[in-house]
Every structure is written in structure tokens, then in C-alpha cells.
Design a protein around this ligand. Structure first.
Ligand SMILES: *[C@@H]1O[C@H](CO)[C@@H](O)[C@H](O)[C@H]1NC(C)=O
Ligand SMILES: *[C@@H]1O[C@H](CO)[C@@H](O)[C@H](O)[C@H]1NC(C)=O
Ligand SMILES: *[C@@H]1O[C@H](CO)[C@@H](O)[C@H](O)[C@H]1NC(C)=O
Ligand SMILES: *[C@@H]1O[C@H](CO)[C@@H](O)[C@H](O)[C@H]1NC(C)=O
Length: 275
């Protein structure tokens, strides 16, 4: 009975040795996997898979080629020395589809405007075009003497004028505004003192590119909340009106955030009747 369950001492020693060896090999495999994993993660371009996946949601584009053109704008450059023109080839590679009467601009209303445009098939923001969507919410930059794309330690929006990310948005916003035609809309924020701020992308880049007769009208939707500080009579909106070609019809409408949410959740109401 005892003999059946207890192995010979010599056999037991050999078995223990084998177990130790297996354990050591497993440990080594785990260590190698962790080291390789960390190295790969650091060297790979975490931006590329996101860019490609988002791009592939748009049918009929060569996304690998678009990535290649995009990379040329900033790879190997100081991230504070990427001027807007660096993205010209990218803009040329992916022209915007004409979308008369559907373009929606925004300033300081990002969440509300996208909640609205996603649920209702009425308007298109730059973030819903191919180039806007592939990079929305992302950060990237290159480094002098390197072929890599980095997504950390990149300069922020106001750290330097010609930074990788800011120049991209300025360039793509300009191209989007160049495309504006017919009736154009803009969602501005009525909860801030200056809804049309001169430093905003909308004021400094987009509005300057609305030309009559291609653009016929601009409708400002001023999103208000209970304690909103501004209304359509605010002086900054008068500045906006002055900035426009006087033949472009301007109007401004105050719309509560609650009204917009109600409109978003009722897709059957006609697009024009939300404001
Ligand atoms: C930014 O780039 C532009 C070219 O687009 C250049 O004229 C300008 O001097 C640059 N500004 C700075 C601060 O480097
Ligand atoms: C307007 O700006 C304020 C302050 O930044 C923000 O809290 C609010 O959500 C914005 N309103 C909209 C509609 O985005
Ligand atoms: C708009 O706001 C101003 C104060 O900034 C106020 O005097 C005026 O009555 C408001 N107009 C409307 C129509 O609410
Ligand atoms: C309206 O706009 C001007 C800037 O043009 C700003 O200084 C002012 O504070 C705004 N008015 C209100 C009542 O918020």
C-alpha cells in the first residue's frame, strides 16, 4: 500500500528537479514576453492602428497611402516647427466631398454639437469628415532625427504656434471652410462672455473663408443654458456680422441646450425645425 503512493527517494528527487526546470523555463518565457511586449509597445506607432481603423470606416480610400502622406508632414521634424503648409499634400490627397447646406461649424460647443450631428443626419462637422475623424481627440508628433511617431510628450495647443497638432487642425479647418457653400450653420456657446472669440479657429480661420456667392447665408445657433451670460445681441456677434461679406445673409438664434437634446432624440422632426 505504502509502496504504491510513495515514489522512491531517487525518483522523487528527479521529479522535483524536473518541476524546478519547468518553473524556471516558464518564468523565463514570462519575462521575455513582458520585455518584448513593452519594447514593441514603445516602438510601434499606437496612432497608426487607430488612424487606419477610423479611415477604413470610409469606403473607397487607400488608408495606408493616406497614412503615408500624413506622416510626411511631421516625421523627423521638431514638433514646434510644423507649419500649416506641411499638411497641404494630405489635404490634396483627400479632398472633401461637396456638402452644400450641410456644413456645421462650432466653437466651444464640441460635445453638444457632436451629440446633435451624430444623432441627426442633417449636418456635417469637420470631425465627421475622413481627415477630421481619423485624428479627432488624438495627439501626435515627430522628433528631429527620428523616423517615429510619438503620442506622448508632444507640445500642447498653445506651447508653440507651429506645433504638429495645431497646424493640422488649422489646415483641415481651413480646407473645410473653403468647401462651405449655400447655407452654413455655426453652433456657438451662449454660456461664455465672448461666443465669437477672435482667437478661436472659427473666427481666425473659418469665417474668413466664407465667400459670396458660394456661401449664401450663415445661421448662428447660440446654445444657451439657464444661467447663460450672452445672447444674440452680444457685441462679439456684431463683430462676426461685420466680418462677413454683407451680401451673405446673417442671422442668430438662441436655442436652449434642452431644446437641442430634445431635437437630437426625435430624428423624425425635420432638420430645419430645431431652431
Ligand atoms: C510658423 O510658420 C509660418 C509658416 O507657415 C512662419 O511664417 C512663421 O514664422 C512660423 N512661426 C513661428 C513662431 O515659428
Ligand atoms: C459652454 O461653455 C461652458 C464653459 O466652458 C461649458 O460648461 C458648456 O458646456 C458649454 N456649452 C455647450 C453647449 O457646449
Ligand atoms: C441680451 O443681453 C443683454 C445684456 O447683455 C440684455 O440687456 C438684453 O435685454 C438681452 N436681450 C434679450 C433679448 O434677452
Ligand atoms: C459681449 O462681447 C464682448 C466682446 O465683443 C465682451 O467683451 C462682452 O463681455 C460680451 N457681453 C456680455 C454681456 O457677455
Amino acid at each position: 500500500m505504502e509502496r504504491g503512493v510513495t515514489p522512491l527517494p531517487e525518483k522523487r528527487r528527479r521529479r522535483r528537479g524536473l518541476a524546478l526546470l519547468v518553473f524556471a523555463v516558464l518564468l523565463l518565457v514570462v519575462i521575455v514576453a513582458v520585455v518584448v511586449g513593452v519594447t514593441v509597445r514603445r516602438n510601434a506607432h499606437p496612432l497608426k492602428p487607430t488612424f487606419i481603423a477610423r479611415c477604413e470606416a470610409f469606403k473607397g480610400y487607400d488608408c495606408a497611402k493616406i497614412w503615408g502622406v500624413f506622416e510626411q508632414a511631421y516625421v523627423g521634424r521638431d514638433p514646434c516647427e510644423v507649419p500649416v503648409e506641411a499638411y497641404d499634400p494630405l489635404i490634396a490627397a483627400v479632398p472633401f466631398k461637396p456638402a452644400c447646406n450641410r456644413l456645421m461649424f462650432w466653437s466651444k460647443t464640441k460635445d453638444v454639437v457632436h451629440d446633435f450631428t451624430e444623432k441627426r443626419d442633417c449636418f456635417v462637422t469637420v470631425e465627421e469628415t475622413l481627415l477630421g475623424s481619423v485624428l479627432d481627440g488624438l495627439t501626435w508628433c515627430g522628433k528631429k532625427g527620428s523616423r517615429e511617431t510619438f503620442t506622448t510628450d508632444c507640445p500642447g495647443w498653445s506651447d508653440c504656434v507651429n506645433n504638429t497638432v495645431r497646424s493640422f487642425w488649422n489646415r483641415v479647418s481651413a480646407a473645410f471652410a473653403d468647401d462651405a457653400c449655400g447655407d452654413v450653420s455655426a453652433m456657438l456657446n451662449g454660456s461664455i462672455a465672448t461666443p465669437f472669440h477672435p482667437a478661436s479657429v472659427f473666427a481666425s480661420i473659418e469665417v474668413k473663408r466664407f465667400h459670396f456667392p458660394k456661401v449664401k447665408s450663415l445661421k448662428v445657433v447660440l446654445v444657451t443654458q439657464k444661467n447663460s451670460v450672452t445672447n444674440c445681441t452680444n457685441a462679439s456677434l456684431k463683430d462676426l456680422q461685420k466680418e462677413l461679406d454683407q451680401r451673405i445673409t446673417y442671422n442668430c438664434k438662441e436655442v436652449t441646450e434642452a431644446r437641442l437634446q430634445e431635437c437630437s432624440s426625435h430624428p423624425e422632426t425635420p432638420c430645419g425645425s430645431c431652431w
